[in-house]
Design a protein around this ligand. Structure first.
Ligand code: ZN
Length: 405
């Protein structure tokens, strides 16, 4: 009942070789304005300041998540039987659209605006937009079902788990893709083995015991990618600076110094206005970076200095946090150098545990199908048991202009 494309479409991809599309609805969504916008947003935001080839977009990641989900439906034994035709289509759409509300440099943006991209994704899907009309035309039940899958409210939790769970299509794609495009090997793991050993048990996605080694690798890949790529101190420095810049923009609007009339998307994000779907469509890295170009000559010294620093990669330096005394001294140096610490200092804490099988959070547990029944991963894997017992790694850094450190 859902139209097929005349012939199967394939898109070349360095991670999955090909992305296969045979549903007209998916093809139309790929060609929608909202999904095409993701070509103009880098998947890793500021990581390209460290890994110069990390230029891949959220568009290619979205296609990758769709492809892994498509393969899971086809290849994971027992999964297709659990899903109606409608649910299979809704799941594929959810995979393709899961990041559709992402803006440029999302994390820095969200720190200041407190508007989260997940909510914007759901807004684009459920309220008038190009993708909304494509979905409504194919099946009016789709927007609501996709929103429920993405927000973990769908009646069968299995569908949400496939997109966002302890072993999910989202993470499997971004780890492999980010490793490939940063040129690091940390994120590699055997996705073929994982897909082959996934099973459905009750309403849950589980792994056969023979897949445990592939899962251990996947968990280590996460751990290394976090510390080597996602939390790289130079990326964090760039993020800290973009947050400061957003904060200054927000303060300028509040103090009447600047209204940003030429960049209405900033006004909407940094004030209490409701963010419309049109505003989201106007927000991408192109529009944001072009705003920074013009701000370089702004009469407000903080706006012009921070924009110029970000554009020309004159980033803040950093030191490990040791004591409050050290921190106070640094803030003092920043003031003496004529900078306002509100915008030229930040204390940034990063923590990450590769796997947290805590009892209160069933969502984060990986279950292994053994001959004695289902067992939680850390009770089966010696490596994972050791990681779980260890202390969570934490890293606190202080960021400031290099001459103040
Ligand atoms: Zn994603």
């Amino acid at each position: 009942m859902y139209h097929q494309t005349l012939e199967e479409k394939v898109l070349r991809d360095p991670i999955h070789e090909y992305i296969h599309v045979d549903l007209q609805l998916i093809w139309d969504l790929i060609n929608s304005r909202e999904v095409q916008r993701l070509r103009r947003i880098h998947q890793l935001g500021v990581s390209m300041m460290v890994y110069h080839t990390a230029e891949h977009s959220r568009f290619s990641h979205s296609l990758g998540v769709y492809e892994i989900t498509r393969r899971m439906i086809d290849e994971v034994s027992g999964l297709k039987d659990q899903l109606t035709d409608f649910e299979q289509v809704a799941l594929l759409c959810a995979a393709l659209l899961h990041d559709v509300g992402h803006g440029p440099f999302s994390h820095a943006f969200e720190n200041v605006s407190h508007v989260h991209h997940e909510l914007l994704s759901i807004q684009l899907i459920t309220q008038p937009s190009h993708i909304h009309s494509i979905l409504m035309e194919a099946d009016p039940r789709l927007p609501e079902a996709i929103a429920k899958i993405l927000s973990h409210r769908y009646e069968k939790p299995l569908l949400s788990q496939i997109i966002s769970g302890p072993i999910d299509a989202d993470r499997m794609d971004y780890l492999l893709r980010d490793a490939y495009f940063t040129g690091t090997s940390y994120g590699q793991f055997d996705i073929e083995r994982i897909l082959r050993t996934l099973r459905i048990e009750g309403e849950r996605l589980v792994v056969k015991e023979s897949g445990v080694h592939a899962i251990e690798d996947y968990i280590m890949a996460r751990y290394h990618m976090y510390w080597q790529v996602y939390y790289h101190p130079v990326s964090r420095s760039t993020e800290v600076m973009i947050s400061s810049l957003f904060q200054r923009m927000k303060d300028c609007i509040e103090q009447g110094i600047e209204t940003f009339d030429s960049a209405p998307f900033i006004q909407a994000f940094l004030s209490t206005q409701k963010i419309s779907n049109d505003t989201i469509m106007n927000l991408d890295e192109v529009s944001f970076l072009s705003l920074l170009m013009t701000l370089q000559t702004h009469h407000d010294k903080i706006l012009s200095d921070l924009s110029s620093r970000v554009l020309h990669r004159r980033l803040f330096g950093y030191v490990d946090f040791k004591s409050n005394k050290q921190k106070e001294k640094l803030i003092d140096n920043i003031k003496k150098a004529g900078y306002d610490p509100h915008y030229y200092f930040d204390e940034d804490k990063a923590t990450q545990a590769p796997y947290r099988p805590y009892k209160e959070d069933q969502q984060s547990q990986i279950w292994i199908l053994t001959q004695q029944g289902l067992k939680e991963l850390s009770t089966v894997s010696v490596i994972v048991a050791a990681i779980v017992k260890g202390k969570e790694k934490e890293d606190i850094k202080l960021y400031a202009p290099k001459e103040c450190l």
